[in-house]
Design a protein around this ligand. Sequence first.
Ligand SMILES: NC(=O)c1ccc[n+]([C@@H]2O[C@H](COP(=O)([O-])OP(=O)(O)OC[C@H]3O[C@@H](n4cnc5c(N)ncnc54)[C@H](OP(=O)(O)O)[C@@H]3O)[C@@H](O)[C@H]2O)c1
Length: 273
Amino acid sequence: MDTLKLNRLAIIGAGKMGETLVSALVGSGVIEASDVVATGKHQERLEKFGRNFGVETTLDNTAAVLDAEVILLCVKPQVAPSVIEELSGHLNEKQVLLSIVAGLTTEMIESHLNQEVPVVRAMPNTPSCIGAGMTAICGGRWATADHVELGREMFSRIGRSLVLDEKHFDAVTGVSGSGPAFIYMVIEAMADGGVKMGLPRKVATELAAQTCFGAGQMVIEKGAHPALLKDEVTTPAGCTIDGLLMLEEGGLRVTLIKAIVEAGRRAGELVDG
Ligand SMILES: NC(=O)c1ccc[n+]([C@@H]2O[C@H](COP(=O)([O-])OP(=O)(O)OC[C@H]3O[C@@H](n4cnc5c(N)ncnc54)[C@H](OP(=O)(O)O)[C@@H]3O)[C@@H](O)[C@H]2O)c1
């Protein structure tokens, strides 16, 4: 993985995710800042981006993709189709178009491009900005396993990344894309419980947040089913089982399942064609 090295990277849409990716990729030696070119809509914001990361900038998307080995598409879903049409005819089969646009399928990208260009799709999430992201990766019609692996390696610089069939991407959006918001709500509610019991807000929030972080790490590192880990905490006739009973009565599981299904369903509606 440490061997990943890019010669020229274009970031189309230098916003929050563009920032996260450029700092991680430059920081981990995947690319030199001087080999990155970034584009945006507003000159002032773009210039600031360029100054912050020491990268070249231009308002011209088609000029940016010239000579780029990888083109990272990081614009909002609403503008993505028109930006891809703008790029159509300016890419070649040796380049890779790597899109992080939520809801935009590789098939949609390919139909707007109208060229046989390898397309890789990634679905990251917001904790990527602190290197704790979760990204799913898939390839389009012209992408080889190497192209997909290149995408997976790039996103492993901002957290965990895995290759997954594209048919699951709406579900990914529901679980790990929207998931951080659901967990923030859980953290806030757990902290409220602590406050109700007399804890200072700051202490209660830290306890709740670190507990969610630690529980997540346990599931990943131990590789055990979460129910088994839950049972380890649950002493017969102890306090945890009383708490679990309240969660079951309140419908926590059903509510979370429905929240994820609804968010995933909505993901499929984000982009028009
Ligand atoms: N944030 C996440 O955690 C996350 C997770 C998964 C997927 N995504 C996807 O990532 C994409 C970017 O999200 P974000 O949060 O980084 O959004 P953002 O901060 O709003 O960034 C979008 C960027 O696109 C630029 N832009 C707008 N129109 C453009 C055009 N015609 N040509 C070139 N650049 C243009 C904007 O420039 P100006 O600033 O000058 O207007 C802005 O810098 C979205 O498609 C989203 O679905 C984000």
